[in-house]
Design a protein around this ligand. Structure first.
Ligand code: DC
Length: 233
């Protein structure tokens, strides 16, 4: 048994488009861990808030709404799906509109308070790879292993652009790069849980190395950590 029951907690934070989702999914697969995409949770919350018609500025209404949020992940034939209040929103939460809305909604305290409670419940037993912006700083400051994954804005914009085009969205590369930079500013300058590197996080720059190289590096650090602490996998 690991020190938390199921293994350690691995936090992967960083700006949008740095490759966190791919790396978190593949690292979790390699280690037999569970992946928790906290960005998807904020996206699902933003979608539900928009659909509910409540005014995000109405603190009391927002708090009540967020207390009732039920966002979970389900494995559907090897693919992770996002279920929000009983509805599969996996595809709906990936549009540029929802990305923009989520960046605003995720800055609101009632939303963060509610989602952090779920994230701690989902990840507290360990054996998890959580990806987000504030995992190593706020959600699990005591996570055993923390990574801060970065890449240049141009590279992140290019990756996002390819994803959006593959999904049939009509965008230009420059628009996508501008959007990435805009979201970085919004995510880093907000008052609550701004995007920043935890002092004890390992910085990994994925700009010019392959996903496999990133994973090998992370796995090496994981094994070294486990051997040092004498924790079983
Ligand atoms: O990782 P992503 O692009 O799916 O994240 C969507 C938005 O949610 C992004 O604007 C940042 C925000 N977010 C956050 O504030 N805290 C997290 N732990 C994860 C995402």
């Amino acid at each position: 048994m690991g020190i938390r029951g199921r293994g350690i907690i691995i936090a992967i934070d960083g700006p949008s488009g740095a490759g966190k989702s791919t790396v978190a999914r593949l690292l979790a697969e390699r280690l037999g861990y569970v992946q928790i995409d906290t960005g998807a949770m904020y996206r699902a919350a933003a979608l539900l808030i928009e659909q509910s018609g409540i005014d995000p500025a109405d603190q009391c209404a927002l708090e009540n709404f967020c207390q009732g949020l039920d966002i979970r992940f389900e494995n559907n034939q090897g693919r992770q799906t996002v279920i929000a209040n009983g509805v599969d929103v996996t595809n709906q939460i990936r549009t540029p509109e929802i990305s923009r809305l989520t960046s605003r909604i995720s800055a609101l305290k009632p939303v963060r308070d509610a989602l952090i409670v779920s994230q701690r419940r989902m990840g507290g037993e360990g054996g998890v790879v959580l990806e987000g912006r504030d995992i190593g700083t706020v959600v699990f400051p005591d996570a055993e292993l923390k990574f801060y994954l970065i890449a240049s804005a141009e590279e992140r914009g290019r990756r996002r652009f390819e994803e959006l085009i593959a999904n049939g969205e009509k965008v230009t590369l420059q628009e996508t790069i501008d959007e990435v930079v805009r979201r970085d500013i919004q995510d880093s300058e907000r008052d609550i849980a701004p995007l920043c590197k935890a002092t004890d996080a390992v910085l990994v720059d994925s700009s010019s190395i392959t996903v496999e190289n990133v994973l090998d590096k992370m796995e090496d650090i994981f094994r070294a950590k486990i051997n040092r602490t004498g924790t079983d996998l």
